[in-house]
Ligand binder design. Sequence first.
Ligand code: ANZ
Length: 807
Amino acid sequence: MRSYDHKKVEKKWQKKWEETNLYHIPNSVPGKENYYTLVEYPYPSGNLHIGHWYAFAVPDIFARYKRMRGFNVLYPIGFDSFGLPAENAAIKNNVDPKEWTYQNIKTMTAQLQSIGAMFDWSRKVIASDPEYYQWTQWLFLQLYNKGLAYQKEAVVNWDPVDQTVLANEQVLPDGTAERSGAVVEKKKLKQWFLKITDYAERLLNDLEDLHWPEEIKQAQRAWIGKSEGALIKFKVVSEKFKGDVEVFTTRPDTLFGATYLVLSPEHAVVNDLKDSIKNWNEILRYIEVSAKKSELERQKDDKEKTGVKLEGITAINPANQEEIPIFIADYVLAGYGTGAIMAVPAHDERDFEFAKKFNLPIKQVIEDPSGETFLPYTGEGVVVNSGGFPWADGLLSQDARQEITEELSHRGVAKEKTTYRLRDWSIGRQRYWGCPIPIVYDPEGNPHQIPDEHLPWLLPTDVDFKPTGVAPLARSKELKERVEKIFGKGWTPEYDTMDTFVDSSWYYLRYTDPQNKKEFASKEKLAAWLPVNRYSGGAEHTTMHLLYSRFFHKALFDLGLVNEGEPYTERFNRGLILGPDGRKMSKRWGNVIDPDEQVKNVGADSVRLYLGFIGPYHIAGSYPWDMGGLVGMRRFLERVIGLCDKTSDTTPASIEIELNKTIKKVGEDIEAFKFNTAISQMMILVNMVEKEGIAQLDLERFLRIFAPFASHLSEELWERLGHNSSIHLEPWPQFDASRIQSEEMQIAVQVNGKTRGIVTVSREATESDIVAVALQNSLVSKWIEGREVGKTIYVKGKLLSIVLKSS
Ligand code: ANZ
């Protein structure tokens, strides 16, 4: 075998691809259909790690395959280069975030080139480039003018160490900040929001037609959290305050079992009731303590229930006019429903726990159809003890919901209500390294949009970006002067920057037309490529990014800016590569695999194949890195080289059959993102070819299916076999279906040297499988009856010979 200098080979082809512009993708090619396959663009936070390789190298196999199948394939790359990760790292290393980011982009660009992927670099999109964020700003303004971007006072997550608002996903389940570790506080601030809630119903319904894995759809449904129920008014009885508390419930059928009300500590009515509440100081203390808790913490099922009764105040249950107590408790959230509930301890777990603790009456109003009497009973059943409405007892709970709501509506104390768990998207960040929100304020403090001719509204550079609680942009002299010069004295800029999820809500559109200076993308180019055919990305983006960008796309669709209601036809979530010890790769565990080092040792192609082989890519599983597996891949590549050194004149029939089968299977597997089984099939074939030989033409058919995996080595071997154009421009080989054997084989069975029967078994069956089947076969077993099997001899794929012990 000739030596394989992977460094030389890989460098040579990367250079050649660049020189020949092999991966430059035009917007249309006559006779070819466009195909857009996308991977989420990475943060340029430092070095390319193995996760990046897994993200980009493996779908590159698919992209190349699609190209060979005759599509004009767009497989772009860029950088999600604004945002906290970049800024925090910049703070830590005491350099300008911009300098730091662009240095990283440079490093990572070089590293990404080593993957040997078919990225069209001329389409690169960088979120922090003014040429890009000008359009982020422009799109924001389109939403603003449609009423989809607005400001409101809101309770937000506040990180007291980093001095910024955090998104919900940046707060850990224990209520601490993901980055700083500080206990996150709640703070009331005026914030910018995008009105994703307007789209809740469409985001839910349109999931139906998407070719997405059911678990991703299910996670989005749960996140949107549609609930159908009713708003019911309870009259408040107090000395000074006259009014109602409105609750949201999905179970109006349990109204007669409502034995108390609970308000969230933040509920506005608490303050209105102040003068009537006898234990106001105690209430205030409770409000302060709960303000420090994260929402997730408050919602935990196993959390000990806490709360305080509002002394001196009661409410009237509208069904039976009973007077019931009112509490504040943090298990009721401010931002959901009306922030107040009617508590039905007999039929709700949390209310039950609370009632037990505070000794409140538990009144059963639904009977378990199975006759079980255990409470709380949260299922459906038959209404009991609800005689206040003479018709109610005996109804099925499902029906009673409707009836009771209707009756209360007649009396003017209830109405049907659909609620969503989804909240509007808070997009303002009090940080430096983000897209400036293109808004200015007049001397009265009213917001105005920045006119298009001043876009991009540049991020100022004279800013001390370290967090101090004041938005860094407020410290820019240049920005202040710029605003006064353009708009007049007393005008002030918006100081918040945008959440990076805004940047990533439309980057896939820009890839279609990245250099456009007049529009975010031209209509024709969008029409040529959208929707994205297949989108692959991290499982952590199932609800945030995927939901945000679906919303964004729908809003742009309504504005007539894009042509379709959904951005991504197919979606695959990717899993994680773990350290060799099975733990998450982390410097802390010392188990980090550096891809650069692996590429240096065994070559990019070995790493590409290994990552394809490590586990099924269509399932978002976690797979530990195995050095032995990687070395095995390198050996496999060397064996493929060996095949090219000695081709035979003809291809044996068995090889021809296996080759046809392999071409078929590898194609189907790549299509389904099952790269691991595609690779094992190629290994089976190579094994056989080593023993039985192959003619050059058939070897070339194999090399063509091998090319998407080993993008460099396949080029090298293709050239050695005498070709002077790229293997990546070759079509995917045809297979001859008539030459593919069925999945089963027939084995003749001999007993003591005489053929007695034929058994049909799977091609994968082992000798002992076949023996077992043969012994079950009546034609065979009748020759054995009563005697013991001495030994068996198996001629693979042909014959099983059973030799009996002499009696
Ligand atoms: C009375 C009741 C009786 C309820 C019963 C449930 C069972 P989903 O389905 O998730 O929408 N709820 C309403 N607003 C709340 C808030 N701000 N914080 C915490 N809990 C809240 O849940 C709706 C149910 O959650 C509502 O129906 C309400 O409790 C509670 F046997 O009302 B239910």
